[in-house]
Each structure stands twice: as C-alpha cells, then as structure tokens.
Design a protein around this ligand. Structure first.
Ligand code: SAH
Length: 254
C-alpha cells in the first residue's frame, strides 16, 4: 500500500500530441489533480475523482496529491507540455524532499510530454537545430536581475533561447525588457519566432526580426524563440518561412 503518483505531461494542447504512455497513465488513475484548464483536456472516466486548483498553487497541489497517494491510491498530477519543464514534476520533488517519510515510499512515475518549445520549433523549421537553452521570464520564483544575467550570458554565448512565460497580467513589462536586453548582444536582423497556443484552435505563428520583436503581442500562451547569429530564415512564397539554425557553428565567438 505504498501508493502511486504519476506526473503526466499532456503536451501542448491537441489530443494527437498526447503520448500513448500518458493516455494510459491518465486512464489508470483513481484521482486526477491539476490546473482546471489542463484537467478539462483529459477525457472523463467514470469513478475517477478530479481535484482542480488554481495555476499558482503548485506546491499545495503537489502536497495534496502526495498525501492522497500515500493512503494507497493511484493518483495522477497533470501538467501542460512536459511535466519536467517549468512545471509540476519539480514541485512534486520539492514536496517529497520537504515532506514526511511516507512520501518517499510512494512509487513515482514522471511521464514526459511534448514541451512548448519543441512544438513551436517543429511548426517553423529547425530553430533549435544547434545549441540552445530555455529560460522562463517569470520573476515569481527568481529575481529579475538573475533573469537579465542569464539573458546576457545565453545571448553572448551564442545560444538560441526559448523563452517560456514571456508575459502575464501581473508581468506586463518583462518581455519588452528582455528583448531590449537581448538586442545588446544580437544584430537587428536576428529572427524571433512567436508561437501562440500551438496545436490548439487559436494557434498563431509569426516570425519577425529582433528589431521589431517588442511590437508583437505575446501572452501567457506564447512561447518565443530568439535566434542566434547563426539562425537563418528561408522565405517561401505563400507559406510561413522556414527558420533554422545550422548544425555546424561558423564562428568560435558566436
Ligand atoms: N510545462 C510546460 C511549460 C509550462 S510554463 C511545457 O513543457 O510546455 C507555461 C508556458 O509554456 C507559457 O507561458 C508558454 O510560454 C508555454 N506554452 C505552453 N503551452 C503552449 C502552447 N500550446 N503554445 C505556445 N506556448 C505554450
């Protein structure tokens, strides 16, 4: 009676992006925990309890799910994209580390999902074709100065940068400030990809240069990929361009 907790990645939105492993883990659970909008994506199953919570209550949700599992149940916590990328898997680990000994006896399964940067990259070519990094612009859990330092380091080291959480209602200026910061390191022609609500009905993809990147509207469902000096754009008549970063780095400095 150790209990079982699966932390399940739902992918970027469309059901076709849910892995068979994730589907099986969801079907197998006695109870589901998650942000209400994510739980709505999971097909209903008779007898399965659902515990919806607010997006910001990650630690509390993780603790509640662990407590439930420690009573011997099969519990699944759902996450958008991949649960290990700015999401629930780390919150669950934090609660296990800080929690009672009984949490350590629970069987834990982390079920991966397609993360937003991979879904967006796939829509537009291969912008992550060479070295890249991912950064969350949310300063809820870290100071803004640290984000600026990481933007400086990543852009000056020649990484393509995937920006998660570019904007929220509580963080209206951070995205513009980040672009401003990156412009110090990158030429004005550097391509920037905006992928909004990818694989959902309201999907929108656009490509601009970094010079104009702060004029594009980004929101909570947008993932931004900022190219490196190597990233290239292939224009195509009547179609979105292909944006890619060649596999061979041309310069040592970038
Ligand atoms: N665990 C998630 C990320 C959670 S952080 C994952 O692996 O994708 C939330 C951020 O992810 C959003 O602010 C946005 O930047 C990005 N995101 C999530 N779903 C997206 C989608 N369908 N299209 C574009 N960006 C998305």
């Amino acid at each position: 009676m150790n209990g079982h907790l699966a932390v399940v990645g739902l992918g970027p939105g469309d059901a076709s992006c849910l892995t068979p492993e994730a589907s099986a883990a969801l079907a197998d659970a006695d109870a589901l925990y998650g942000y209400a909008a994510y739980l709505d994506r999971v097909p209903a199953r008779a007898g399965q309890a659902r515990h919806a919570s607010d997006n910001r209550e990650e630690r509390a949700r993780a603790a509640a799910a662990l407590k439930h599992a420690s009573r011997g149940a099969r519990v699944a916590v759902v996450s958008g994209g991949d649960p290990g990328v700015f999401a629930m898997a780390a919150a669950v680990c934090e609660e296990i580390e800080a929690g009672p000994e009984s949490f350590r006896a629970i069987d834990i399964a982390i079920i991966p999902g397609i993360t937003a940067m991979l879904a967006v990259a796939a829509r537009i070519g291969a912008p992550l074709g060479h070295d890249f990094c991912a950064l969350s612009l949310s300063d809820n859990l870290k100071p803004w100065e640290l984000i600026e330092r990481r933007l400086d380091a990543a852009a000056s080291a020649g990484f393509v940068i995937a920006l998660y959480n570019p904007v929220s209602r509580a963080r209206p200026w951070q995205f513009g400030a980040a672009i401003e910061r990156l412009r110090r390191h990158l030429p004005p022609s550097t391509p920037v990809v905006f992928g909004r609500a990818v694989t959902r009905p309201s999907e929108q993809i656009s490509v601009v240069t970094i010079e104009h990147a702060d004029t594009v509207e980004a929101d909570m469902a947008t993932l931004v990929i900022v190219g490196s000096r190597q990233t290239r754009v292939i224009a195509r008549p009547g179609k979105l361009p292909l944006v890619y970063t060649p596999r061979a780095a041309a310069e040592v400095s970038a």
